[in-house]
Design a protein around this ligand. Structure first.
Ligand code: KG4
Ligand code: ZN
Length: 346
């Protein structure tokens, strides 16, 4: 079965072709970062309009690079939520129109389930059950995963998502949006011993997160530097390093706690923040001590992309799920509402 996957939930237009027997055939991505950068964040209307401009050319590009034509496609999967309503509507209407025109089924996919299953695109895949750490711009969640659609929320952020915290800290340092990769770059030149940022909520039991205190601490540190002679380049690097260390340490502590609580030895990490090299290395190192393993997608499939949507769609389509009449998107959509299926395709 050959699936066309479309991702348009936020500021990236992602398109991919996934074959259940042959794997990922082709994928393409257009990032709108340059459009939104002057506003310091995503402008929803501009995002929707640009998805309209980019989606069809990207679909043509992906089909050409996979050497396939419309008649080869067996189904269309698209992100139906959560995300920006206008951006989601662009993907949903386009996907449903194409599927209708081609006489094939379509299916709306949950964006976070896409992230969660992205490690399955790699050669070495995790086996169920596992604990998943989902860390993106909109979500920070620890989820017990017993199978596709068998999700138990173990903990989540009570305020900002980890990616959002990276983006806000970056703004305080005068770095462009999205700030995560910029903080990571500066952190590499930073002195880890200069500032000691708090590790939020690690001394409290449970698996929830909170990043707003860390945000305030970052702002106060920036202000202190400014008051004592200005915020220099090295100050920025040192703050970025301290901030990153604090987020990473918090995530590592909670992941280990979640694995212990659930009696599991496999962790899956996905979402934009999972591209962070310090986080990847620290988790791998910490879990080695517990004889546990961490799986994550290739960096290009950590952030939003069409491949993860094509893959998640392929699984659910293979299990017989189809869109019903009408076009519906769900800007808010708890992942626990998804029905369970057995892993079948690819
Ligand atoms: O998954 P994603 O592409 O979009 C959402 O679904 O939100 O995640 C985007 C988030 C942004 O907040 C961005 O700053 C963060 O992921 N991010 C990073 C890194 N790369 C992207 N955060 C820290 N380190 C990175 N290397
Ligand atoms: Zn995402």
């Amino acid at each position: 079965m050959l699936i066309l996957g479309l991702e348009t939930s936020c500021d990236e237009t992602g398109v991919a072709l996934y074959h259940t027997g042959r794997g990922l055939l082709a994928h393409a991505l257009f990032s709108q970062v340059d459009i939104h950068v002057e506003y310091g964040g995503v402008v929803p209307e501009l995002a929707s309009r640009d998805h309209i401009r980019k989606a069809l050319p990207l679909i043509e590009e992906v089909m050409a690079s996979a050497g396939c034509s419309a008649g080869d496609i067996d189904a269309v999967a698209y992100t139906a939520g959560p995300g920006l309503v206008g951006a989601l509507m662009v993907g949903a209407t386009l996907a449903r129109a194409l599927a209708w025109g081609w006489g094939v089924p379509s299916l709306g996919v949950h964006h976070m389930e896409g992230h969660l299953l992205a490690p399955m695109l790699e050669a070495e895949r995790p086996d169920f059950p596992f604990v998943a750490l989902l860390v993106s711009g909109g979500h920070t969640q620890l989820v017990r995963v017993d199978g596709i659609g068998e999700y138990k929320l173990l903990g989540e952020s009570l305020d900002d998502a980890a990616g959002e915290a990276f983006d806000k800290a970056a703004k305080m340092l005068g770095l462009p949006y999205p700030g995560g990769p910029h903080i990571a770059r500066l952190a590499e030149q930073g002195d880890a011993a200069r500032f000691d940022f708090p590790r939020p909520m690690v001394n409290r039991p449970g698996l929830d997160f909170s990043f707003s205190g860390l945000k305030t601490y970052t702002l106060n540190t920036v202000n202190d530097c400014q008051a004592s002679g200005g915020l220099g380049e090295q100050d920025k690097c040192d703050i970025a390093r301290a901030f990153e260390e604090a987020v990473v340490a918090t995530l590592v502590i909670k992941c280990r706690r979640a694995l212990k609580q659930e009696g599991l030895k496999t962790l899956v990490m996905a979402g934009g923040v999972s591209a962070n090299r310090n986080l990847r290395a620290s988790l791998a190192q910490a879990l080695q001590k517990d004889r546990a393993r961490v799986f994550y997608p290739a960096p290009e499939f950590c952030t939003d992309n069409g491949a993860m949507i094509a893959y998640a769609g392929a699984q659910r389509l293979a299990a017989g799920q189809r869109d019903e009449g009408g076009i519906a998107v769900r800007p808010r959509w708890p992942m626990a509402e998804l029905p369970p299926i057995t892993l079948a395709a690819g």
